[in-house]
Design a protein around this ligand. Structure first.
Ligand code: NAI
Ligand SMILES: O=C(O)C1=N[C@H](C(=O)O)C[C@H](O)C1
Length: 248
């Protein structure tokens, strides 16, 4: 039997890709393609098992509240999922123990691997900075991926008992040293022509290590999205990060 899927944000850049990917998968059936202003209840009336959300940070929590209330599993790529939001969502899910929600800051396999490699490297380097580069129609900065990467580095360094490395900057034009996420500097670049790119830089005496991932096309996110859709019913509760589904 096929998995019945609704896509939210269906006319957006990612949502349109997700619609195509679901339509192209023999084991999935697209039952609703919803964008802003459309009737959200179609998700339930059309019998969706899973909804995919690629909307906007301002919209995603309302959509998730709706999904949990109506017993629909959710696979979420939309950014803006702060710790507070994750806790709110976990609270909603506590009343629906059979339901699964996957929040993935990035669905591209290489980006997930890059984050894992960065987490592994972090305990060996006191100094690390993240540069993320995206198309100039992106609403949020820094990217969800860069925020997640920085938090992983911060946590890995703290667990290893490493303080962030020295930085002699005493005079700074506002923003020149990027934003602090945890204790990691994150720099955001926005340019037409880019899709989604991240560099994680580590430095130590006499050497640097650079981990870089590039999404050249939004199709790069689709295998991860489909994996999420196929596995979410077997993962009750809240899962944050595709690395958990991939068992990395
Ligand atoms: N996790 C991942 O791998 C990826 C995540 N993203 C994230 O996905 C989100 C969407 O990105 P894009 O597709 O580039 O944006 P977009 O602006 O092209 O598309 C968003 C779509 O959502 C629609 N929308 C807004 N509110 C809605 C609502 N309440 N219900 C239904 N539809 C609604 C908009 O009308 C628009 O068509 C962003 O947060 C972005 O950062 C983007 C790429 C990959
Ligand atoms: O808006 C985008 O395009 C992307 N958003 C996600 C993020 O903020 O990390 C994932 C990917 O970088 C593309």
């Amino acid at each position: 039997m096929s998995i019945r899927v609704a896509v939210l944000g269906a006319r957006g850049r990612m949502g349109a890709q997700a619609v195509n990917a679901v339509e192209g998968a023999a084991d999935l059936e697209l039952v609703a393609a919803i964008d802003a202003g459309d009737r959200l209840l179609d998700v339930v009336d059309n019998g969706a098992d899973v909804l995919i959300d690629f909307t906007h940070p301002d919209a995603v929590m309302g959509n998730l509240e709706f999904a949990v209330e109506h017993g629909v599993h959710a696979v979420v790529g939309t950014t803006g999922m702060t710790q507070d939001r994750l806790e709110t969502l976990a609270g909603w899910l506590a009343d629906k123990p059979e339901l699964g929600v996957l929040i993935a800051p990035n669905f591209a396999l290489g980006a997930v691997l890059a984050m894992r490699f960065a987490e592994q490297a972090a305990r060996f380097y006191a100094s690390a900075e993240v540069i993320e580069l995206h198309h100039n129609r992106k609403a949020d900065a820094p990217s969800g991926t860069a925020g997640h990467t920085a938090r992983l580095i911060s946590k890995a360094r703290a667990e290893a008992g490493i303080e962030p490395g020295p930085d002699a900057t005493t005079s700074e034009v506002d923003g020149a040293r990027g934003a602090l996420v945890g204790d990691v500097r994150v720099h955001s670049v926005r340019l037409p022509g880019l899709i989604a790119h991240e560099e994680i830089l580590f430095g130590a005496e006499g050497e640097t290590l650079t981990i870089r991932h590039d999404s050249m096309d939004r199709s790069s996110f689709m295998p991860g999205v489909l994996l999420g859709v196929r596995s979410i019913a077997k993962r009750p509760g809240l899962t944050v990060g595709l690395e958990n589904v991939l068992e990395l």
